[in-house]
Design a protein. Sequence first.
Length: 243
Amino acid sequence: MKTFLFIVIVLISGAFAGLIHGTVNFAIVEPYLDQVIGIENQNLFASGEEKDTPEFWVEYEGYRIWQKSGQMLAGVILGTSIGALFGIVFALSRNSLPGNNDVKKALVLAGIMWFTMFVIPFLKYPANPPTVGDPETVVLRSILYLSFITISGFGVVGFYKLSQKFQNKRKLVPIIGYGIFISVVFFVMPENPDEITAPIDWVNEFRIMSFLGVTSFWVSIGVILGFFWNRFSPNKETTQSYN
């Protein structure tokens, strides 16, 4: 393994995928954030906590510009972090992944990680817009969500190790086992403690956009890392000749 090349490929792939994720979020998720923050501002005006003055809107616009400009940077940082994990898992599992080239192999792995570490937890704890939910339960909700991701991720690793001990005829046994395992976890894990008081159609639209945003990351990381891996082959040792 060419360690330096591997690190460069992983970090660049994660950064580019994160940038794509941030761009998609900026295009399809930010409009919903503008709406929910607008509702929050109207509530502040109605309660008397803030006054509807030009000074307020100047400060607000400055804050939102700063917040939106950080969207891309946040995407790159998050993408680099998750990309590092993805690259390590790909390097360890590449030989056992289906596909006749590294792009297809990386897309298969991205699909597995997307489904087990995002889709299943998302179905249990779907994303909510800011201000939807009790601020006092933010820590609890975060713990529940991250716990579900961790359990699902380690479950996949455990059943993958189990699958290596079975012959081809029994390869479905670990898959079925994981399905049963994660189904039990899904129903045992506590429900979201917060009641949704915002219009449900609007909340569902926000969730769909959030789902598409995260999905764009997993598709991107699979394609980009697979392309770079296929092009530079960091898994191959450098051949040295001696006279």
